[in-house]
Design a protein. Structure first.
Length: 131
């Protein structure tokens, strides 16, 4: 019994999370057009940050922190976005608009500040048509 309790506690402390980027999320919670590369104009590109848990989130809030990766490879924090959720959920998303082309890193934390996961995405601007 003691061994079973030990493995149960390890499983709780080792929950797995995954962050992806997509254009839309269905009513059933399925991400649509998942990618790490998006194209858009300088007027902004709408992207959904989609996070999943292998079980439940066990928190009532997620915090998305967005960084722009500068030319030296350093993170420049550009936004912190809280998202209220139900602790029993196993997926959630946050809609953002990104403007500058380049590489972004998104880190996700629980409501109490525990790091959950992160991922990078690249934004390219459409090429202008030439006559």
């Amino acid at each position: 019994i003691l061994l079973s309790a030990f493995f149960f506690l390890i499983k709780l402390s080792c929950a797995q999370y995954s962050l992806s980027f997509c254009e839309n999320v269905t009513a059933e919670g399925r991400p649509q057009k998942v990618s790490n590369l998006f194209s858009g104009s300088g007027n902004g590109s709408l992207i959904k940050l989609f996070i999943t848990a292998d079980g439940q989130f066990n928190t009532d809030q997620l915090k998305f922190t967005i960084y722009f990766i500068n030319s030296e490879g350093n993170e420049e924090e550009i936004s912190k976005l809280p998202q209220k959720i139900e602790s029993s959920w196993n997926y959630a998303w946050k809609e953002v608009v990104l403007f500058d082309q380049g590489t972004y890193r998104v880190k996700v934390y629980s409501g109490n500040g525990k790091y959950l996961t992160s991922s990078n995405l690249n934004l390219k601007h459409f090429e202008k048509l030439r006559n």
